[in-house]
Design a protein around this ligand. Sequence first.
Ligand SMILES: *Cc1c(COP(=O)(O)O)cnc(C)c1O
Length: 371
Amino acid sequence: MIQQNDFKRQWEFVESAALEAMRRVGASGWYILGKEVEQFESALARIWGVPHAVGVGNGMDALEIGLRCLGLRPHEKVVTTPLSAFATTLAIFRAGGVPVFVDVDDLGRIDLRQCRTVFAQDRSIRFFLPVYLYGFPLDLVELQNLKTESNLLLVEDCAQAIGASYGEAKVGTIGQVAGVSFYPTKNLGALGDGGALLTSDAQIAEKAKALRNYGQASLYFHDDVGLNSRLDEIQAALLSDALLPMLERWTKRRRQTAQRYCESIRNQHIRLPIPEKEMKPVWHLFPIFVPESSRENLREYLKAVGIQTGVHYPRTIPEQAAVKKHGSFEVLFDGSNARRISNCELSLPIHPFLQDDEVTAVIEACNSWVP
Ligand SMILES: *Cc1c(COP(=O)(O)O)cnc(C)c1O
């Protein structure tokens, strides 16, 4: 089976560095918030080109802590996307905010033109939480303009997009805060949960460090109602020694595979995710778009020839039962494009351990499919 992710192949690449990192942490006798986390935070900040990184328990908490550091008030609106991992909206709920969903474009990214309209019509909206879905950057020039013109407090969800850029700008450098996830399937995946918040503001970094640790400002003195959301020493050591050093190579491999798919998949029933020329995606996923009525058919066809696919995501966020029960949200522009994409998207395998002949097999299977 050609899998969506292949962690066993990944382990072959990282085993010796990972075992060495584990041995070091075990022998150190220090397992929570020590020098491994500090060193990883410095390394991540350096490669990202942002002054501060703060390691936290997962990507969702990075977003919640980011919103709280920026002073989100209870019941305050946060403009975001209806098409993402559920954690994006969950972070807004947990921080006490009200998600305001605008629609998405044909690549599944939040529609910045609609956002511009929303911010122009309601000048009281301060918060914006865009997502770089599938590893596709947004137009970061326009994002910067929106932020400046509407005075926005911006938290960028980079969980799927570490290393992506648009023109000269990198994702995660426009907002006051960015969040990233080290969930194992992500482009920089730990061997367990993990996440980080990035910021160029030293005060925000300090506040985030307190919030991740029970809101503790100094030992046993608590200034805020915080979380328990710390990145483990062992995950930090694994990330530093075994995973971060591979990220550039693995991203390059994803890009090669994406390029082959874009050049060679030719089927009138399949729409490919062709990026605009300024976009430099990191291809967390490779979404293709097929008619709603034939997605299951293609999925079964590929499965029958040994190719596993995914759907990201089968239900939009405002349609989730949890959101309806919670009740505190708004949908603008009706979200019909998001629903359409949730019904016609299929993700092809694109992990960095795919071999050339496997990529060829995926291409041939797509090209020979007749719905
Ligand atoms: C994975 C993901 C998250 C949440 O990250 P966790 O580490 O699983 O909490 C948030 N947003 C997006 C877009 C994601 O893909």
